[in-house]
Design a protein around this ligand. Structure first.
Ligand SMILES: [Zn+2]
Length: 376
């Protein structure tokens, strides 16, 4: 009888336990591989990054970030296994992110500021105070997430600082005094209180995907649909950043803009980039849109003897977005829709959704697919 029991035990070990052990190891290896693959793709495409008002740049040091992130995890006592799977944010303590070391770009000085005080400066710099409180709260959560992401990834981009106050590099920030001076005197107190409310009511809340803080890109106006990052910077690795449609964007001044240039100016701008550029304006097909992105922006356009990406044309002519049409008359006229790269949360779209009854979490889940808003 004992022999039979022993035999059955051996059989169970051989059939279930040993295979289960190997399966677990291989799943972890795959996850680690995918993580690194994602980062490599990001690195390969950093040269295509563009930036503008109210925009955030992509990260361009994926592997370095990973290494730094691991160091921070080690300091926080988080095990390797947790790094490869989802991170349990309950292991973080708010005090770990109590202050931010902010680099003031103009004076090249670093100031250490309590996190939420810093966030008031970001929200008031990044979003008009007359937007709906739920939109301001969404912006506060996005700004907190972006900041925590930056601290955790500590890219060494700014030396000892975590983040800078330049909107074309990290996210904008303004002092309370400078902000208030731009408001009418009788509105200063109420306006500032509204900003503080947006930050306080979302205290400790950040956006996660698979348990990790997301790279919370945002922009000014989507023109009606946001954009997948692959169409702006190439690469992949952000499943929560997909093209989504938003009603009501057209009601904001950021929705449409124009740029007029003489034909000579148009040619000379293109020649700065492509010295062999040429175009025959008498040819009806001298400018042709070849392909659109999923978010409705220009993916590829033929201008004269060159094929360009919409992002490239946006950069050459400093257009507000890559969603444009070109009219050829006496002059060349760009009609542009939306403002910004179009990835992630749209600020005017957030205000529009808030006015339709969305709360801050609904807004965030509209713009970032499959995410959670969690307390940490
Ligand atoms: Zn920066």
């Amino acid at each position: 009888m004992k022999k039979i029991v022993f035999f059955v035990l051996i059989l169970v070990i051989l059939t279930f336990i040993i295979p289960a052990f190997f399966t677990r190891v291989s799943v972890q290896s795959k996850s680690y591989y995918e993580n690194n693959l994602g980062n490599t793709e990001k690195n390969a495409n950093v040269e295509e990054q563009q930036s503008g008002t109210n925009e955030q740049n992509n990260d361009n040091q994926g592997q370095l970030e990973n290494q730094k992130q691991n160091e921070i995890f080690e300091q926080l006592g988080i095990q390797n296994e947790a790094q490869e799977k989802s991170i349990d944010l309950t292991q973080y303590d708010y005090k770990n992110f109590n202050t931010v070391k902010l680099l003031h770009k103009k004076t090249n000085t670093i100031e250490e500021i309590p996190l939420d005080e810093y966030l008031c400066g970001v929200v008031s710099a990044e979003m008009p105070v007359d937007f709906d409180i739920e939109a301001l709260k969404a912006q506060a959560i996005v700004a907190r997430t972006y900041t925590i992401y930056k601290i955790m990834q500590n890219q060494s981009k700014h030396g000892d600082a975590n983040i800078c106050d330049d909107s074309s590099c990290c996210q904008a920030w303004i002092t309370k005094q400078d902000r208030q001076e731009k408001w009418e005197e009788d509105k200063r107190e109420d306006n500032w209180n509204k900003i503080v409310l947006a930050v306080n009511e979302t205290k400790g809340k950040i956006i996660t995907y698979n348990g990790k803080p997301i790279n919370a890109f945002f922009h000014s106006n989507s023109g009606g649909a946001t954009e997948a990052p692959v169409n702006v910077w190439g690469g992949g690795g952000y499943p929560y950043l997909q093209s989504v449609e938003t009603a009501g964007e057209e009601g904001y001044e950021q929705y449409s803009s124009e740029l007029q240039l003489s034909k000579e100016e148009f040619i000379s701008k293109l020649k700065e980039k492509y010295s062999d550029f040429s175009i025959d304006f008498s040819d009806a097909n001298c400018i042709q849109i070849i392909e659109y992105t999923t978010g409705g922006r220009i993916k590829t356009i033929k201008i004269g003897n060159h094929n360009l990406s919409g992002v490239e044309v946006r950069s050459i002519f400093s257009l507000k977005s890559a969603n444009f049409t070109i009219e050829i008359n006496e002059n060349i006229k760009f009609n542009v829709k939306g403002y910004g790269h179009g990835v992630g949360l749209s600020q005017t779209g957030s205000d529009s959704l808030a006015k339709q009854g969305y709360n801050c979490e609904d807004i965030i889940k509209h713009f970032y697919v499959g995410v959670n808003v969690v307390d940490f």
